[in-house]
Design a protein around this ligand. Structure first.
Ligand SMILES: Nc1ncnc2c1ncn2[C@@H]1O[C@H](COP(=O)(O)OP(=O)(O)OP(=O)(O)O)[C@@H](O)[C@H]1O
Ligand SMILES: [Mg+2]
Length: 378
């Protein structure tokens, strides 16, 4: 079943018919590349390449009714110009955390006139400066900020002084924020409504981060579980309906992709995209089962490469050490890492990085904490 958020949906109709466009996205500044992409593909089978992109934000989402309704009830005060306690979304990869958070914020933007919003991916903008810069950018306050010369505190002070219209901020991959004190500062800002996304709550703060811990004690929590194969198949059905020619893929094909995606919607959409491109290139009018079988491995490798590209330099060093060694224990890994980089991070931070690599299936950790061994997955 598709979901419209309860409450926020009332004003949604003011935007006009939603049948016109199946989805939007963070495409404000990215519209052009997507248009070029659409034009470049031989459009016999792919009618709208945008909907096969991971970043695409659908106007209707599947199978997340309770999460969507809970989140929209949490954000209800924003529709009246107020803020609300931070909300923490967590769960496995490809479970729809980023998609649902962006979908809800888009809904909010459709129903609240005076509202500022910003999406920050803390894996990309992981330094204090970059995160703050993005947050100030969302309220148009970066005109005189320079990386070299602006005092660090000025950024946080300026954000603290903000008390205009409600400001809703998504901090995605927030466990990758280098400076957890910043999160503490942000949680104390009364005029910010924070939506925090992480894979596991444990990685967001250590037991030692007592201040942050107590600050987030009252946070709303939304746990996303992995999708079942049938749920993945119906998410794919929508994408096929919006982005491919009619009958380009049949229900058996969608189920075949879902079965290979193991509950990860990102992998499923990646396989569909690759299969559609391949079938298109070969001049087929349909995506046959053997095409799907042929592209699964390649699609998964493509996603893996995208994740590797997103790694920070320190994470990449750790990944390279693990792939070069057949298997490696944490003390040897940390020693090799410390000898390779300037200013090595603490063991705790390194553990956090390794959890991220494991989460994204780049490495495997065998054994319990005391006898742990890391191996590369492929
Ligand atoms: N309920 C849904 N309805 C429609 N599309 C979905 C849904 N859930 C996920 N998707 C799509 O699946 C892909 C992966 O979802 P998303 O990026 O939200 O996963 P995630 O939980 O944030 O994973 P990660 O932890 O790896 O960042 C996206 O392209 C998203 O648009
Ligand atoms: Mg995500």
């Amino acid at each position: 079943m598709s979901t419209r958020p309860r409450g926020l949906g009332i004003l949604r109709d003011a935007r006009g018919s939603e049948d016109v466009l199946p989805g939007s996205g963070r495409f404000g500044k990215n519209t052009l590349p997507f248009i070029i992409l659409t034009v470049c593909v031989d459009a016999t089978m792919i009618t709208d390449a945008r909907v096969l992109q991971q970043e695409f934000i659908p106007r209707e989402v599947q199978h997340r009714d309770s999460e969507v309704n809970y989140l929209s009830s949490i954000l209800e005060p924003v529709t009246e110009g107020n803020t609300t306690e931070p909300t923490l979304l967590y769960g496995p990869s490809g479970a729809g955390k980023t998609c649902i958070a962006q979908f809800i914020v888009e809904e909010l933007r459709g129903s609240v006139v005076d509202l500022n919003t910003q999406y920050v991916n803390c894996w990309e903008d992981y330094t204090r400066f970059k995160t703050l810069y993005q947050l100030l950018d969302g309220i148009g306050q970066t005109y005189d900020i320079h990386r070299q010369s602006t005092p660090r505190d000025l950024l946080v002070d300026r954000l603290r002084e903000y008390n205009d219209t409600p400001y809703v901020v998504i901090l995605d991959e927030v466990d990758q924020l280098q400076d957890k004190d910043l999160l503490y500062d942000l949680c104390r800002m009364r005029d910010l409504t924070l939506i925090l996304i992480a894979n596991r709550e444990e990685e967001l703060f250590s037991p030692l981060d007592e201040r942050l811990h107590s600050r987030l004690r009252n946070a709303n929590r939304v746990h996303f579980t992995q999708y079942g194969n049938d749920e993945i198949a119906s998410i794919l059905r929508d994408r096929a309906r919006w982005g491919l020619a009619e009958n380009a893929i049949n229900p058996t094909g969608l189920q075949q992709i879902a079965d290979r995606a193991a509950g990860d919607a990102r992998v499923a959409i990646g396989i569909l995209r690759k299969a559609a491109r391949t079938a298109n290139r070969e001049g087929y009018s349909r995506i046959h089962s053997d095409v799907i079988g042929d592209v699964v491995l390649e699609a998964k490798l493509e996603i893996e490469r995208e994740v590797i590209d997103r790694l920070t330099p320190h994470q990449k060093t750790l990944y390279n050490i693990i792939t070069d060694a057949e298997e490696i224990a944490p003390p040897a890994l940390y020693e090799q890492y410390s000898n390779t980089v300037n200013e090595p991070k603490t063991e705790r931070t390194v553990r956090n990085y390794l959890a991220k690599l494991e989460h994204y299936n780049l490495i495997v950790a065998d054994g319990n904490t005391k006898a742990r061994i890391y191996r590369a997955r492929s």
